[in-house]
Design a protein around this ligand. Structure first.
Ligand code: GLN
Length: 242
């Protein structure tokens, strides 16, 4: 974090923002402000350079063509990879998650290189699209309550040895590999298939990112009754699918 504020960067809202992923930026901003941590949010369109000075980068989901365009531009730009090299935190959703990996299958059916910031490779699933509510237990090392979210993806993501599963599913597909893993992380780079937006349902993920950015172990508590009501509803929905 700079002397004055937490620098939040939302990457490519013009290409990668589906199912309310913008909510993740809003929740991180709000949770920081509730703790009187000043936040500067920069929304970086895909025709702009990605700044390397951010503390937390958010990258959302997208349909197949915008996903390819985003990957091309992020590779060419290089800013996100440089920021991670400087220790920045990245939280990515679905298409954004696939782009952070080594490779995914693009809208033309071709392998598309990712940024290689997570040791994962995504392929196109042969079966039905993974759509619906998900309930998963987050890696206990991260100290977070169960994850609830909504998934909608055709891609299936395989984790390499240096990527840890972000969570283990109780219900839903997650990475879609059949091994119960959902998402991946490594140091400061996180990926999940959860839309929703995931941080509105799971605000302690936003707190985790803020704590990492501030390098603190705890944040002052905030009133979470609205979030808790939403979480309870979504956990019930995921546990009792229609
Ligand atoms: N296009 C990707 C897939 O279907 C990502 C979809 C998304 O971001 N929702 O796997």
């Amino acid at each position: 974090m700079s002397e004055s504020s937490l620098r939040l960067v939302w990457v490519y809202p013009d290409l990668l923002s589906t199912y309310g992923d913008q909510g993740n930026a809003l929740v991180v901003e709000r949770r920081a402000k509730q703790r009187r941590v000043p936040v500067t949010r920069t929304d970086v369109r895909s025709d702009q350079p990605v700044p390397t000075s951010g503390d937390i980068y958010l990258i959302g989901g997208g349909e197949d063509r915008p996903q390819r365009l985003a990957a091309e531009r992020l590779r060419r730009d290089g800013g996100l990879a440089r920021a991670v090299g400087n220790g920045a935190i990245v939280f990515s959703v679905c298409a954004g998650y696939q782009i952070l990996g080594h490779e995914f299958v693009n809208d033309l059916g071709q392998p598309e290189p990712g940024l290689g910031l997570l040791d994962v490779v995504s392929v196109r699933g042969e079966g039905e699209r993974c759509v619906g509510d998900v309930l998963a237990d987050i890696d206990p090392r991260l100290g977070l309550p169960p994850l609830t979210g909504f998934e909608n993806h055709q891609g299936i993501t395989h984790l390499g040895p240096s990527a840890r599963p972000f969570a283990t599913t109780r219900y839903g597909n997650g990475n879609g590999t059949g091994d119960g893993t959902e998402g991946a992380y490594n140091d400061t780079v996180f990926g999940t298939y959860m839309h929703g937006p995931v941080m509105a349902r799971n605000p302690l993920i936003a707190d985790m990112l803020i704590k990492l950015a501030l390098d603190v172990k705890a944040l002052p508590p905030v009133d979470d009754q609205w979030y808790e009501a939403l979480r309870t509803e979504r956990i019930a929905a995921a546990s009792q699918p229609a």
